[in-house]
Design a binder for this molecule. Structure first.
Ligand SMILES: CCCCC/C=C/C(=O)SCCNC(=O)CCNC(=O)[C@H](O)C(C)(C)COP(=O)(O)OP(=O)(O)OC[C@H]1O[C@@H](n2cnc3c(N)ncnc32)[C@H](O)[C@@H]1OP(=O)(O)O
Ligand SMILES: NC(=O)C1=CN([C@@H]2O[C@H](COP(=O)(O)OP(=O)(O)OC[C@H]3O[C@@H](n4cnc5c(N)ncnc54)[C@H](OP(=O)(O)O)[C@@H]3O)[C@@H](O)[C@H]2O)C=CC1
Length: 316
């Protein structure tokens, strides 16, 4: 048993932990000769997704705005085997988006797989949200995803080659996301894009799927998203990033009684883009231990978004 699987608590055990880092359900070399472009591949979940493709032989292009973070990730990912190119790009800029595909093409050829992972988010009550704040999140999360997708689609349609797109989403695409009106609306748009383009481009051999992580803490989380998790911990839940819950722990906030590990998302991504998932398209796979379906028999009292964020009462 690995440490992550160890359990010393009283009560139900929750979902078992995953296999260790480096394990894979897919045959070694599944992605040999394949080019995978991951936006936001320099941090967090994007880097974890990129790592699983790299372990299976892919050549990688990671793209985002921050050159330093990209460089650090490039070195780390290159140590896993394949070749890695870092491309500085703001996915809101269609010209830079075209240039990233040109760079990828010159280095390795047209990417076979596009993972639209880059996104933006911060909690803010809707009534306090400026037009600029709305646009920043929607333009990165939805429009940036569309621009990357359009470029990938155009090039594959022109070349007559198949491809696979994975759009990283969020479960509040279905449920709404109080405190995250911009991000929830953008992620709902992303889910819709998946469903629309799977049909438009299926005839040309292009798969389009969504992939939704549950709560998957990691060291690159922005202070505000991390703060949101810590507020939840302060109100009685167990410390969600502890893998070893103490025996006297109260109920976890996840039905799985644990959070997700980034590599669990990476494994799902490598499956969705693999030859074993060729007939799966237009689907959004949720990897969250059923957290988004959780309902209590008796609902807890409503706490306004303003209160949750520690903001003064709204005075009209
Ligand atoms: C816990 C539930 C999680 C649910 C699942 C989803 C998770 C995620 O999506 S996690 C991904 C989070 N990662 C990131 O957000 C990384 C990238 N983010 C950023 O770069 C910034 O946060 C950004 C979104 C603000 C974008 O940067 P940039 O384009 O440089 O934007 P500006 O700094 O110029 O700001 C634009 C606009 O937004 C207002 N604003 C910025 N931060 C906040 C804030 N924390 N609260 C309210 N408003 C904010 C800023 O004031 C500008 O507005 P105007 O001044 O009105 O123009
Ligand atoms: N972590 C979690 O628990 C959850 C995450 N998600 C989703 O998972 C995905 C990854 O999130 P996570 O890893 O946690 O967050 P991170 O903040 O680590 O990643 C966001 C990435 O997007 C990049 N990015 C942001 N803006 C732009 C831009 N304009 N152009 C290019 N790249 C950009 C950032 O790089 P840079 O700053 O260099 O541009 C960064 O690498 C997102 O789609 C998020 O919505 C969904 C639900 C839960």
């Amino acid at each position: 048993m690995t440490d992550e699987n160890a359990r010393d608590c009283v009560g139900p055990p929750g979902l078992p932990g995953p296999p260790p880092v480096g394990a894979s359900a897919l045959p070694s070399g599944t992605y040999d000769g394949t080019v995978v472009l991951v936006t936001g591949g320099g941090t967090g979940l994007g880097r974890a997704i990129a790592a699983e493709f790299a372990r299976l032989g892919a050549d990688l292009v990671i793209a985002s705005r921050n050159a330093d973070r990209l460089k650090a990730a490039r070195d780390e990912l290159a140590a896993l085997g394949g070749r890695v190119t870092a491309a500085v790009c703001d996915i809101r800029d269609p010209r830079r988006v075209r240039e990233v595909f040109d760079t990828a093409g010159e280095a390795y050829g047209l990417p076979d797989v596009l993972v639209n992972n880059a996104a933006a988010n911060f909690p803010v009550p809707a009534e306090d949200m400026s037009p600029g704040a709305w646009s920043a999140v929607v333009d990165i999360t939805l429009t940036g995803t569309f621009l990357m997708t359009r470029e990938f689609g155009r090039r594959h349609l022109a070349a007559g080659t198949p491809g696979s797109i994975i759009d990283v989403g969020a479960s509040y695409a279905w449920t709404g996301g109080p405190g995250f009106a911009h991000s929830a609306a953008a992620k709902a748009g992303v889910k819709s894009l998946v469903e629309t383009l799977a049909v438009e481009w299926g005839p040309y051999g292009i798969q389009v799927n969504g992939l939704v992580p549950g709560l998957m803490p990691h060291g690159d989380m922005t202070a505000e998203i991390r703060g949101n998790l810590e507020r939840a911990e302060d109100t009685g839940g167990h410390r969600v990033h502890d893998q070893h819950r103490p025996p006297d722990d109260k109920a976890s906030r996840q039905p799985a009684l644990r959070v997700g590990l980034p590599r669990e998302l990476g494994w799902a991504a490598t499956f969705l883009a693999s030859p074993y998932a060729r007939f799966i398209t237009g689907h959004t796979l949720v990897v969250d231990g059923a957290n988004w379906q959780r309902r209590d028999l008796v609902s807890p009292p409503v706490v306004t978004v303003r209160e949750q964020l520690g903001r003064a009462a709204f005075e009209g």
